[in-house]
Ligand binder design. Structure first.
Ligand code: C5P
Length: 396
């Protein structure tokens, strides 16, 4: 519940602005008060009257509205909330926020506030992927802004990809997590994610395929339930989530050291695709073509981090491993659970036809001492939320 929580909702101008109406209704159902602020562009998509009626509040639109200044100055307005939520956050709003521009009421409030800020971006996929938006996003995250979404899917403009506003229920969950204690508050969870790169020489490496998408989603889902997350990541394509302690570890040996240093923990979720071997005779200099024929690499085994954690003196009460398999998924994963000594294994089929490797969805089977439980094919975010809830229930 959000009883008594005060939310200043800045509605940006985008096709997703209409979903702010549902957000207002659901926030109020949960006991929050919502003070809406509309940008000029937002008024092209939703009417001030409908926003005001749903919020049961005056809406704020114009910086130079003297009546508003007489009632409540913009500085006061910016600080009279427990959380500022920007939904939808357009590329333009994000750019203005990132560069500290205050040229309308919404951006002035955002610049003047000392209240936590959460944004739910929504825009065309090309705009989301543009280097300028990536840069602005990184700046906003570094500034302490919490980012929820966007989701991947079909867009109003007919394109497909990341850029859709998160589901209203997800935005509500994120707001609730930001404002209230979650079931994992006070718990520490170590998550590993991404691949490791094992050098052959200073320019070449061997690695497993891994985007880091599932690990990042798990880190975010655990954080949203209140956990303190140590996120040990290899060189992944997907950025680590905001609001977690990020430890970068390029090789399996570095990851092992990082995980050891991160214990004790209440749970460990080992989602990294760790290389099984490193090159023992890695070159200190780039190996040149033609110098005495083809190079011959000698491999040495990497530490098995999951097996080590499962048997460690400071073993977390819950250890979760992953099994990426291409055949006999459940049988292999069940055997792996026993071999590694972990409590749960999340098994998935990563055979080339499954579209899971590097994709946005996952289809997993949770293997525990009680047996195997197959989950439906879900977005990696939803898979992560299910896992996080299971972890919270287990540790409760
Ligand atoms: O043995 P395999 O690599 O298939 O095991 C997969 C599981 O073990 C994953 O949870 C992965 O994060 C973990 N693992 C590890 N350290 C290794 C190899 C795998 O933690 N060296």
């Amino acid at each position: 519940m959000l009883t008594g929580q005060r939310i200043l909702l800045i509605i940006g101008g985008g096709i997703a602005a209409f979903r702010a109406l549902e957000l207002i209704r659901r926030l109020r159902d949960r006991g929050a008060t919502v003070t809406p602020v509309l940008t000029a562009a937002a008024e092209e998509f939703v009417t001030p009257l409908s926003v005001s009626a749903l919020a049961a509040s005056k809406i704020y639109r114009d910086l130079f509205d003297l009546t508003d200044e007489a009632e409540m100055g913009h500085i006061e307005l910016s600080r009279s909330a427990d959380l500022i939520v920007v939904a939808p956050a357009t590329a333009n709003l994000m750019a203005r926020m990132a560069s500290g521009i205050a040229d309308d009421l919404a951006t002035t409030l955002l610049l003047a506030t000392d209240t936590p800020v959460m944004i739910a971006p929504a825009m065309n996929v090309r705009m989301w992927e543009h280097v300028a938006t990536r840069r602005n996003l990184a700046t906003l995250i570094a500034d302490g802004v919490t980012v929820i979404g966007p989701e991947e899917g079909a867009m109003a403009c007919g394109e497909y990809g990341p850029g859709r506003l998160s589901e209203v229920s997800q935005i509500i969950d994120a707001i609730t997590a930001r404002l209230t204690d979650g079931p994992l508050t006070g718990r520490h969870v170590v998550v590993t994610s991404g691949p490791t790169h094992e050098p052959i020489d200073p320019v070449r490496y061997i690695a497993n395929r891994s985007s880091g998408a599932q690990g990042a989603a798990i880190g975010a889902a655990l954080r949203d339930l209140g956990a303190r997350v140590t996120f040990v990541t290899g060189p992944a394509e997907v950025a680590p989530p905001d609001g977690v302690a990020v430890v970068r570890a390029d090789t399996a040996r570095a990851m092992f050291d990082a995980v050891r240093a991160a214990l004790p923990a209440d749970a460990a979720v080992m989602a990294a695709a760790v290389a099984d071997w490193h090159v023992e005779n890695a070159g200190a200099q780039k190996i040149k073509k033609g110098d005495g024929g083809l190079p011959s690499l000698t491999f040495a085994e990497n530490p098995d981090i999951l097996a080590w954690v499962s048997g460690a003196e400071a073993r977390p009460p819950l250890v979760v491993g992953f099994a990426a398999e291409t055949e006999d998924v459940i049988a292999h994963a069940t055997a792996k659970r026993a071999r590694k000594g972990c409590d749960w294994i999340l098994a998935n089929d990563v055979s080339p036809g499954s579209g899971i490797m590097g994709g946005s969805e996952n289809a997993v089977t949770l293997i525990t001492a009680e047996g195997a439980e197959t989950w439906p094919r879900l977005s990696k975010q939803e898979t992560a939320r299910r896992l996080a809830r299971r972890i919270a229930d287990h540790l409760a």
